[in-house]
Unconditional design. Structure first.
Length: 85
């Protein structure tokens, strides 16, 4: 998304080169759909509570939300690994 906002969009409007928006936009859309699908796969495979799946989906729509969600998952993982030892 950062590439789309800070490189592709200025190229489109300031340099009259709209091709970058098309390319980066398609990549962004593909990665978004892939994230959503993978969140659902993890929900099923690891038996996440439905609430966590909702958080994953909401995070996808918030700026930098996936980074915050990922940090929370890593924190939970460390806690689980610590309790297994």
């Amino acid at each position: 998304m950062l590439v789309l906002m800070f490189i592709a969009m200025p190229l489109k409007y300031l340099a009259d080169k709209p091709a970058m928006v098309t390319i980066v936009g398609w990549a962004h859309g593909f990665l978004f759909i892939l994230y959503m699908l993978m969140a659902f796969v993890v929900f099923i495979k690891h038996k996440w509570p439905f609430k966590k799946l909702v958080y994953a989906f909401v995070a996808a729509f918030l700026p930098f939300g996936t980074f915050v969600f990922d940090a929370q998952l890593k924190k939970e993982q460390k806690l689980l690994q610590g309790s297994m030892q």
